[in-house]
Design a protein around this ligand. Sequence first.
Ligand SMILES: [Zn+2]
Length: 380
Amino acid sequence: MRSLLITNIGELTTHSDEGTRTDAAMIVTDRVEWIGPATSPHAADEIFDAQGAAVLPGFVDSHAHLVFAGDRAAEFAARMAGEPYTGGGIRTTMAATRAASDADLRSNVARLVDEMRRQGTTTVEIKSGYGLNVPDEARSLRLASEFTTETTFLGAHVVPPDVPRDSYVELVTGPMLRACAPHAKWVDVFCERGAFDVDEARTVLAAGMAEGLLPRIHANQLTEGDGVRLAVELGAASADHCTHLSAGDVAALADSQTVATLLPGAEFSTRSPYPDARRLLDAGATVALATDCNPGSSYTSSMPFCIALAVRDMRMTPAEAIWAATAGGARALRRSDVGHLGIGAYADLMVLDAPSSVHLAYRPGVPLVKEVLHKGVWVR
Ligand SMILES: [Zn+2]
């Protein structure tokens, strides 16, 4: 494979033993091969002059719901006019998704993945969860797997209106799971009042694990509950949302390998209180940031936007937020080959139109991601 020298890097953030360097250079193929000072002699097939710009790992968006049709702009407008968010709109998207053709669903995923890439995301997790029957959940995961290896079976998103509750859990843990497992790496459940209680969630995740899927969980988004403790009990890679946590939840996360994945786009778009990232970090928990991109509660594909929210409203430092959006996301997906730029990692990175990564939070809403490299290939 051809080698690429990226030189005159003003600030190189690696999240590895290589540290954060100034006036740096790196040589990559599909992986990171060498890192050193810009002044040292080096040769490669191609040269890219970063002209003093900041370079950092590509974002790892570890939580996104991209397989859907339609949008819910009217619901958003109503919410901003004072109506509360309940999660019931998921059924609106379910109907649109079931009615859509494969081609329409695929082109919507492609549009969103491209939108993410242009904003620096090089790894994305994609969930099912808007089909809510056997053929449409399996179809959602087949389509998702065309775009990423990080596919998540979320048949237990909500109970669809056309199936009784008990028989839906049986469906999700039986025929639906068997149809979906071949296309999925992860199993997930929306553990929340109005969705699935903790016993149902345990049943869903245990069934998925028995089929070889790895657990993750939507936990403690709208209310305090037992979701986070279930995630820790099962050794889940991630407990996602973590907005309403007891002191026991925070301690349990800090003592575990389970990442607390915070999704501030959801609180922004539902005008809700943000999770307390500072409390989690000070306790020693591992924190990730992700978009939760979905048409109802968080229709943003922008990791820089989430970083800006986390810094401004969740008391994270810029460095902590950027780590959470890259290395933290990789931890939440149990990946060691992305989210950092150590030697041997995938050459997934972005070049900013700024001299330091702090600008991602300091200049919110500004399109600072200038170039994106994915596995050694320029994709923007
Ligand atoms: Zn979600």
